[in-house]
Design a protein around this ligand. Sequence first.
Ligand code: AMP
Ligand code: ZN
Length: 459
Amino acid sequence: MPPPLTLYDNYTRSLRAFAPLKADEVRLYTCGPTVYDYQHIGNFRTFLFEDLLKRVLEWNGYPVRHVMNITDVGHLTSDADTGEDKMEKGARRTGKSAWEISRLYTDAFLDDMKRLNLQPPTLLCRATDHIKEQVEFIADIEKNGYTYRTSDGVYFDTSKQPNYGHLARLDKAGLEAGKRVEQGEKKHATDFALWKFSPPGEKRQMEWDSPWGVGFPGWHIECSAMAQKYLGDYFDIHCGGEDHIPIHHTNEIAQTEARVGTRLANFWMHGYFLLANDAKMAKSAGEFLRLQSLIDRGYDALAYRYLCLTAHYRTQLNFTWDALDAAATALERMRNGVFALGAAGKADARYLERFTAEINDDLNLPRALALGWEVLRGDLSAAAKKATLIAFDRVFGLALAEWQPKQEVIPETVNALAAARAAARQAKQWAEADRLRAELHAAGWEVEDRPDGYTLKRR
Ligand code: AMP
Ligand code: ZN
């Protein structure tokens, strides 16, 4: 019997055996992209971790109901609820409307998801399509006595919850002591916006009526409202990047506890950051690598997926081109190796069990990947190796079964030059043959003569 699935829960700060709350499915919510710009490869490290989690759950026989949101309003440039809405700022940057950039960057996100072999969520929901649910949510917690108003919005009073900040083990007293002037009329440093009013005299592109005045929802309320609507008051797993622990997820929990008394999810799991030059890779820093930036440099998108498999999701990973090179080379070798095995037979039960043990140990993909290499290099029959590796790939997602070595496509012009050279040789026009060989050379091709003709190779 393989060991049961164990996952690290940040709420309890412990490894816990996983069992679904409902027998028939696992309910999973993952915080989606803020669509004011392209997602960078750091964001995709988190989405990759979530994809792997889903695949591991499925490997264990649990159907997964996965809900992901699209943040298309309310995420301000500062997590402290000051600054501008990222969407309105992005609209100004691009000269398009906030609605247009939402569509544009959502589509780009979905394309990149496909290129990375990320399985689509069961349901993708936009914050702007759920304003009614968010207003109802705020009205409920207002009724329960957790809110207050200032001149710029409706805020959550975190002093009303003795266990506020448990997820992040927040030092509330320390934060309160160090509070800064820019917190405006907020009563406590950790209080956060539920509804922000449109600035006086300014017409925002995205604004709605509410019982409190025209404005827009705060960033955290969208996830609480949509998660609860589609997955219920208490579901299995909630995920995001590690940056969500102290603010976004802390506040999602606070709101949901204030409304229904649950902490929203049984497990809180977080993907650790991708760093660039040992510093945080952030969209707001203005410089970041997109998946397309890697493809433009000639990398296969799945080489990035492979790179992410080599690091455990609870460790930070520093991105370097050398590391990506090594991942691309390893992927190429694995693909060639699997292809060369020929037809698949029956997967090896002992290896499948060992694989389950690795991935069930809090998604230890680096060790699972090493096991993949052990299978490829080991002494199972070729047919058993192939079937075993294709089974592993249900979790790896490296498209190992579909891959075929590239057939070199020789351009027409190159074929014509080579044919002309062969004809010149036959006619014993050696100077002309040499000239054509030089021309082929200049075009990047090498011609090798053989007894039965010739072959062309890239130089
Ligand atoms: P955003 O579009 O900013 O809402 O972020 C989308 C997801 O990417 C969230 O789950 C973030 O926590 C995550 N994220 C942001 N930056 C990074 C990074 N450098 N490495 C890994 N995940 C990140
Ligand atoms: Zn969220």
